[in-house]
Design a protein. Structure first.
Length: 134
């Protein structure tokens, strides 16, 4: 992994994308290299820039976050995906992990939880939001 972790943000809500961009802006370990507004664009951008980490919303148009995760992991095996959602269902989380996601963070969690997930997957481990019961 590089000194700065190259991040793709994929979410269909402007406010969420802007908040994540602001969170990562100026952070010494993170550099946003691409932004996507739907699942298809997330896959396209990931294959174009090969980010270290993709933060992918699970409910996006044109291609679900589950399918986008599956395709990103297949096209960019070095890219770690952190799924980002409001969904607490263990079934959904297990499906995402089976598709290759390395992390799962609830949108209801604070920014510190997302940062912990980013650091964990960048270090080669997985991270599941502690508010999700598997």
């Amino acid at each position: 992994m590089t000194a700065k972790w190259r991040i793709l943000i994929a979410d269909d809500h402007d406010l969420v994308r802007e908040a994540l961009l602001q969170l990562f802006d100026g952070h010494p370990q993170f550099e946003v290299v691409a932004i996507a507004v739907d699942g298809e664009e997330a896959v396209d951008r990931a294959s174009a820039v090969n980010p270290d980490i993709a933060v992918v919303d699970m409910s996006m148009p044109r291609c679900s976050g589950i399918e986008a995760t599956r395709r990103i992991v297949a096209l960019c095996p070095d890219t770690k995906v952190i799924a980002f959602s409001r969904e607490r269902s263990p079934r959904v989380v297990k499906t995402l992990l089976a598709c290759g996601a390395s992390g799962y963070v609830l949108k209801q969690s604070g920014s510190g939880e997302l940062e912990r997930a980013l650091c964990a997957v960048a270090a080669g481990t997985s991270h599941i939001d502690p508010r999700v019961s598997l």
